[in-house]
Design a protein around this ligand. Structure first.
Ligand code: ADP
Ligand code: ZN
Length: 601
């Protein structure tokens, strides 16, 4: 059996080896067993149900809530020579009918179905009269009522086990936490399923978190120096900021689109599909832009505002690099972010326990921002994973952060907060510390205070860094009446009395190339003409076939062509991602491009 699965891997998908637990998952399903698969994004979950669907007799039925993606998924399978179809509300009656007939005639290897469609009596009856290879329940965390992707229709999927007791089922998700996992098992009746749980590391993603001082300039430099020709996502907190940022990026010569819940469904749909199809495109979005971003070549995810938890951060950054190529995440954060998030949480609806939980999650996120050791180790530890060595691919590893003994500065900061009456934000307290003279200081008589002007030895930026870290560590509170005043709390007593020392992170002034970047996705100058020609060829074919470019070939496949320069069909077939069907469809065109470049040299 494994032989067959392996032959399919090679001939249909053009891959040489299985990845991680893929082979064991496939074997379990082929043998008729149920499976629960937890793998990170980009781990290769699709093959886990696609290959057994091809090995087993009958049609593999895939339940997915991501209706917008079905057309592209099915087109991609057609390019591979796989007989696939889908049923969801976007189809006309005629199209539904055609798909149903194909299913009844045994002409479909794979059928994608929206959950609400699957549970209709009509669909169930149809399925009961055909041979079904397996049921795959994708995005299985949607059964969790605690998660933000909850879909009520998913709860009804437990009937699959009763109606089709002989058909193996596989549930898949990238959501890591144990509670969700247990819920999936119970709600989908998967108590007997074999479990395949891999680590959650995404080694191709580089994690970077920087202090925000001039966010626009910082983002521009990041984009221009590292991702000028790539696609990516820029997350902002508010709709307003999304609009402004998208407009500003367009003005700077980038191809940027906005996405937030305030736009009409039509505009959102249009922007999302442009993002999926175009190359070199930036989506500026609120977190409303989330599920269903299945674009494999998202090369960067930037955050201009602080995510409210590590869960959110990991999910959002996880949209980068599904294809396994080097990708960067870039978070800018500063004192205002901490203050804003603390206030939003304090004033949010929900009971005390809920608020306390939210604060704890935020604290963990702030901890990640302020740590001076490997970010990836911290991230993975948060999800219960263990990474023994520092990763070498985060900013802490690449440019180790310095710390300094800030005990005295912190004492000054805390006592100035106290002397000014615990009702001012950091800006004013810093003015007092630095002995500035302005209207506000005069009107409150703050030049009389003993702390006035005691902190001239630090710049305003350095003081902001001190205050940011104090708030982040919970040594100062932020008042909840909306003005962002700083308050002392019990935890700062020992430092104030001089009984405890405190080390703070020294913010690195970010200069160009502060982070030594190994650009895994860069192309050498002499290879550039062929690279461009290969991409142009891909683009042309994509347009002809009405599919996104990555459906023709992934970047990694083009890069391998660039390295190996195959000139015969047999050699082209050795390249990862080139299977029989794609060789037949596109082989000649790409070979012609490669041969032409050999003559040119
Ligand atoms: P997931 O659904 O887990 O996010 P996908 O199934 O979309 O991941 O796979 C991610 C990428 O990895 C895809 O581009 C896929 O073609 C590729 N891939 C999956 N399995 C293999 C493999 N065994 N060898 C090479 N590439 C693979
Ligand atoms: Zn690291």
């Amino acid at each position: 059996m494994t032989q067959t699965a392996h032959a399919i891997l090679k001939h249909v998908f053009g891959y040489h080896d299985f990845r991680g637990p893929q082979e064991s998952v496939i074997n379990a399903l082929v043998a008729g067993e149920d499976a629960l698969v937890l793998m990170p994004t980009g781990g290769g979950k699709s093959l886990c149900y696609q290959i057994p669907s091809l090995v087993r007799e009958g049609t593999g039925v895939i339940v997915s809530p991501l209706i917008a993606l079905m057309q592209d998924q099915v087109s991609a399978l057609h390019e591979l020579g796989v007989r696939a179809g889908f049923l969801n509300s976007s189809l006309s009656t005629q199209e539904v009918w055609q798909t149903e007939v194909a299913l009844q005639n045994g002409e479909l290897d794979l059928l994608y179905v929206a959950p609400e469609r699957l549970i209709q009596a009509r669909t169930l009856e149809l399925l009961q009269n055909v041979k079904i290879a397996l049921f795959a329940i994708d995005e299985a965390h949607c059964v969790s009522q605690w998660g933000h992707d909850f879909r009520a229709d998913y709860l009804k999927l437990d009937m699959l086990q009763r109606v089709f007791p002989q058909v193996p089922r596989i549930a898949l998700t990238a959501t890591a936490d144990v509670r969700t996992r247990d819920e999936i098992i119970v709600r989908l009746q998967l108590q007997n399923a074999q479990q395949f749980i891999t680590g959650f590391d995404r080694p191709n993603i580089q994690y970077r978190i920087q202090q925000k001082n001039n966010p626009k300039a910082q983002l521009l430099r990041f984009l221009r120096e590292e991702h000028n020709t790539h696609s990516g996502i820029v997350y902002c907190l508010s709709r307003n900021k999304v609009e402004q940022t998208a407009e500003w990026l367009c003005g700077e010569g980038f191809n940027a689109l906005p996405y937030h819940a305030g736009l009409s469904a039509q505009v959102r749909q249009k922007n999302q599909s442009r993002f999926l199809r175009d190359e070199q495109i930036i989506m500026v979005a609120t977190i409303a832009f989330g599920m269903g971003i299945d674009k494999p070549d998202v090369r960067f995810v930037a955050h201009l505002d602080l995510p409210k938890s590590i869960e959110a951060y990991y999910q959002e950054t996880g949209r980068a690099g599904r294809d396994g190529d080097a990708s960067t995440t870039f978070l800018l954060y500063g004192l205002e972010d901490v203050v804003k998030q603390r206030q939003m949480m304090a004033s949010s609806e929900g009971n005390e326990e809920f608020k306390r939980n939210e604060q704890q999650r935020l604290n963990a996120m702030l901890g990640l921002c302020e740590i001076t050791t490997c970010r990836r180790q911290t991230l993975l530890r948060y999800f219960g994973d263990n990474l023994l060595q520092p990763c070498g691919n985060c900013d802490s590893c690449l440019t180790p952060a310095q710390t300094w003994d800030a005990s005295e500065a912190v004492r000054m900061a805390l006592s100035c907060v106290y002397r000014t009456g615990q009702r001012f934000g950091a800006g004013h307290v810093i003015d007092v510390l630095r002995g500035s003279s302005n209207e506000k200081i005069n009107s409150f008589g703050h030049q009389q205070l003993t702390t006035y002007g005691i902190g001239k030895h630090l710049t305003a930026d350095e003081w902001r860094s001190v205050f940011r870290q104090l708030v982040a560590r919970g040594l100062l509170d932020v008042d909840t009446n909306g003005f962002g005043g700083l308050l002392l709390n019990d935890s700062c007593r020992a430092i104030l009395r001089g009984e405890e020392k405190i080390q703070l992170r020294r913010d690195i002034k970010v200069t160009a190339n502060a982070v030594a970047r190994k650009q895994g996705v860069a192309v050498d100058a002499e290879d550039q003409p062929l690279w461009n020609a290969l991409r142009a060829c891909r683009k042309r074919l994509a347009e002809e076939h009405g599919v996104p470019p990555y459906v023709i070939f992934h970047d990694a496949t083009l890069r391998e062509m660039l390295e190996r320069r195959p000139t015969s069909p047999a050699n082209l077939l050795l390249i990862t991602g080139v299977g029989d069907s794609k060789l037949k469809r596109f082989g000649d065109e790409f070979l012609a491009v490669i041969r032409a470049s050999e003559y040119a040299e």
